[in-house]
Design a protein around this ligand. Structure first.
Ligand SMILES: Nc1ncnc2c1ncn2[C@@H]1O[C@H](COP(=O)(O)OP(=O)(O)OP(=O)(O)O)[C@@H](O)[C@H]1O
Length: 203
């Protein structure tokens, strides 16, 4: 059984098809890079995998269930362009809130925070963090429950070298533990999650 399956998937908004007849099987401990120009449907594919959007045709599955199923949601960690952490809460409050939401111990969030240097910013409000530090917080928020499937929309965009290194540190650790990573990247852009990643080109 694959971890993530797209079976003859199409997505259209009104009459315009963004995705047509898309098929992909992603296995365990794999890294898949969805690469394509602006507007090719990368974000749409991630939204379909995350259950944020439903396909117009075909089927998306996380193991054997649709991605909007609660059991599927528990298996995934998602970082899109919009932040899911709360601007008005401090870093610590956000982590406490999401840990209770996921029903996990705060220890893992604290450990991950330390790995990327967020431990020194615990009392800062999330809304006051710079782009790169907010991204680190989003990543810790997405990884604290050890998801099997990590979905990231253009994770390298806007990060400086230390930011990219922090991102790769956490992702490589998750991969070693058996997680799968699916991420999008603008065509020709730099930054790779893994040497052995599978590249899916969109047009
Ligand atoms: N909610 C929506 N309603 C209508 N059209 C949409 C909607 N969301 C996306 N689209 C259209 O779908 C197409 C693909 O968008 P998508 O964001 O998936 O592309 P992308 O490859 O991620 O692009 P980028 O690299 O610019 O982020 C675009 O033409 C976009 O205008």
């Amino acid at each position: 059984m694959a971890l993530l399956t797209f079976k003859n998937v199409a997505k259209r908004y009104l009459y315009d098809y963004v995705i047509k007849d898309f098929n992909l099987e992603v296995g365990y401990s794999e890294v898949v890079r969805l690469e394509g120009p602006n507007g090719s449907g990368k974000t749409t594919l991630l939204k379909l995998a995350a259950g944020i959007e439903r396909p117009s045709e075909g089927e998306v599955l996380i193991e054997e269930l649709p991605p909007w199923h609660l059991e599927s949601k528990r298996k995934m960690g998602v970082v899109m362009h919009n932040n899911m952490t709360y601007a008005e809460l401090t870093v610590r409050e956000n982590l406490e809130f999401f840990a209770s939401l996921y029903g996990v111990n705060l220890d893992e969030a604290m450990r991950l925070s330390k790995e990327v240097g967020l431990d020194k910013r615990m009392e800062q409000r999330a809304g006051e963090l710079s782009f790169g530090w907010r991204k680190r917080l989003e990543l810790v928020r997405a990884l604290m429950h050890n998801p099997k499937l990590i979905l990231l929309d253009e994770p390298f965009v806007g990060l400086d070298t230390p930011g990219k290194e922090a991102l790769l540190k956490l992702l490589r650790e998750a991969l070693r533990k058996g997680s799968t990573v699916v991420y999008t990247a603008p065509v020709g852009s730099e930054g790779r999650v893994s040497e052995e990643e599978k590249v899916v080109r969109l047009v």
